[in-house]
Design a binder for this molecule. Structure first.
Ligand code: NAP
Length: 334
């Protein structure tokens, strides 16, 4: 029997998680919700449910066929992935509790909402059998992916990182900056403490800057390792880390633009790049100090993490490496 997954909030993340679930052989999508009968409601291939029951009339008026409301969908689900905008997931939690359905929340929610914040490599076990888990944000996922294996193999004294953030996702025409660079004035930024919800004793502080691009985030990271290591040692660790991928400036990949082109060339669904991209020729270790740059495809890096999270919460797989391998194989990540 496949685990029955509902998606409440079928936007940037919800759509991608739905497609990724459909590729797995141990889980299936039983329905997705929408608040309004727009073009997405009209073209989705998944059974459609109304997220806000009061809006049922607007779907009828628009002639968009629905299978019921979120309440009807939850009756059939084993687990729901809440892909609604940040902070709205918190409002949905009582509904999930009442329906007795497990829920995966996303990075726009607070850690306290679920009590467990998740990254598959770093803390898969903490989600096993749980009712509520939060998959951390795109930036936090990126930091956990590359820092956790260093923390495990060399020890980390401290991390300083700057997040150079895309200002909006590609379909979002309302946000900016359009022609400016905007520092995040709350310092240190929330990203460091967010990483600590997954790796509690990692000493990390971060700053952030918003730039006028929609395609990816970029992180400039400086790590003080506990053990001395060579550049090759660090590269070897990442070489053997799932969902971390190298590119080289020397091969013509000099910016996030070429990384997105590479995703298109790879024929990826929605041109997604699920891996964290590290510039191999931008990695340098000086004594115990490591410098590197990495790029994050904010729309998709959390998607395979959601799949592993579902598997852990529903007890489909207790071994993190087996789950990661299964997810990645089905999604074409190598
Ligand atoms: P999004 O693209 O705005 O999608 C959110 C979807 O939820 C929309 O389709 C929206 O409207 C729907 N929705 C709105 N109110 C709802 C409600 N009350 N009940 C159910 N659905 C509702 O947002 P997103 O970027 O996917 O973000 C979702 C979550 O993932 C947030 O926690 C965010 O912080 C996190 N996240 C986002 C990114 C990113 O870069 N985009 C990366 C990692 C994590 P319609 O139903 O009308 O379509």
């Amino acid at each position: 029997m496949k685990v029955k997954v509902a998606i409440n909030g079928y936007g940037t993340i919800g759509k991608r998680v739905a497609d990724a679930v459909s590729k797995q052989d141990d889980m299936e999508i039983i329905g997705v919700t929408k608040t309004k009968p727009d073009y997405v409601s009209k073209m989705t291939a998944y059974p459609l449910y109304v997220a806000v029951p009061e809006n049922m009339g607007t779907f009828e008026e628009a002639g968009v066929k629905v299978h019921g409301t979120i309440g009807d969908l939850l009756k059939k689900a084993d687990i729901v992935v809440d892909g609604s905008p940040g902070k709205i997931g918190a409002e949905h939690k009582p509904m999930y509790e009442k329906a007795g359905v497990k829920a995966v929340f996303e990075g726009g929610e607070k850690h306290e909402l679920a009590g467990v914040s998740f990254n598959a490599m770093a803390n898969y076990d903490s989600a096993i059998g749980k009712d509520f888990v939060r998959v951390v944000s795109c930036n936090t996922t990126g930091l956990c992916r590359t820092l956790y294996p260093l923390y495990r193999d060399f020890g980390i004294d401290n991390v300083k990182a700057v997040m150079i953030r895309r200002s909006a996702d590609p379909p979002d025409s309302k946000k900016g900056p359009i022609n400016a660079i905007e520092p995040v004035l709350k310092v240190p930024s929330h990203h460091g403490p967010d990483v600590q919800t997954v790796i509690p004793d990692l000493n990390i502080s971060t700053m952030a800057v918003k730039v006028p691009t929609t395609i990816m985030h970029l992180h400039s990271v400086i790590v003080e390792l506990k053990k001395e290591a060579g550049t090759e040692d660090v590269l070897n660790v990442w070489e053997n880390t799932p969902r971390v991928k190298f590119v080289r400036g020397a091969d013509g990949v000099k910016s996030t633009a070429q990384i997105m082109e590479m995703a298109r060339d790879m024929g990826r669904n929605r041109s997604d790049m699920y891996e964290i991209i590290v510039w191999k020729d931008g990695v340098h270790v000086d004594g115990k100090t490591l410098y590197y740059s990495q790029a994050i495809h904010q729309e998709s890096d959390v998607v395979p993490e959601n799949i592993d999270c579902i598997r852990a919460m529903t007890n489909l797989e207790k071994n993190k490496l087996k789950s990661i391998e299964k997810t990645d194989k089905a999604m074409g990540i190598n």
